[in-house]
Design a protein around this ligand. Structure first.
Ligand code: IMP
Ligand code: MG
Length: 182
């Protein structure tokens, strides 16, 4: 009989922090605020890959002004400077943002380095406006100031997974947010 090598699976223990029901309720509330703020206008959701995808999809379903979605993949060097050189754009937008209302959709804001570097880069391309929404915010870790317009949940300094957030690229698919127990 052919022997098949099986990839070893290691699952960490994850403690639930925010339930699926709470997350979806909060996203609907944020969508209602966005609907009021952008009434009569159009919106371009700029989803930050990969983690922002789950939040962006859920949010978009409840937005009732015309929306477009585009994607960007950025990586931060983790250096504490606001210079645009603190991030690498690994995948750029596929459409022009000129004269558009841009809403950046992020999974979590931690040090703030990624978004404090990204916003000025986007502004160079002449958008009508740039706003930010994040599912989670860890303000206690902030190194660079970020003006966030719509925050899902403010959390303490935990390393969290689920609803788009990963640990070593895993656990993004969880429909809740949990803390990895080491
Ligand atoms: P920062 O705000 O520039 O520090 O970067 C935020 C990015 O770091 C997020 O988009 C996540 O990809 C990642 N990150 C920060 N905290 C966590 C966490 O608790 N779990 C998973 N990813 C995180
Ligand atoms: Mg991210």
């Amino acid at each position: 009989m052919l022997s098949q090598k099986k990839a070893r699976i290691t699952r960490m223990k994850i403690k639930k922090l925010i339930s699926k029901r709470k997350i979806n309720k909060r996203i609907r509330t944020i969508a209602r605020q966005i609907n009021r703020d952008y009434a009569g206008q159009e919106l371009l959701l700029v989803c930050i890959l990969k983690g922002g995808v789950f939040y962006a999809c859920e949010l978009a379903k409840h937005i009732n002004v015309p929306v477009e979605i585009d994607f960007m993949k950025v990586s931060s060097y983790g250096r504490g400077t606001t210079s645009k050189g603190s991030i690498d754009i690994e995948q750029d937008l596929s459409t022009s943002i000129e004269n558009k209302n841009v809403l950046i959709v992020e999974d979590i804001i931690d040090t703030g380095i990624t978004l404090s570097s990204l916003v000025p880069i986007l502004k160079e391309h002449g958008p009508a406006s740039v706003s930010i929404t994040t599912l989670l915010d860890k303000p206690s870790r902030r190194k660079e100031n970020v003006d966030v317009d719509y925050v899902g949940f403010t959390i303490d300094d935990y390393f969290v997974v689920g609803f788009g957030l990963d640990y070593d690229q895993k656990y993004r698919e969880l429909d809740y947010v949990g803390v990895v127990e080491k």
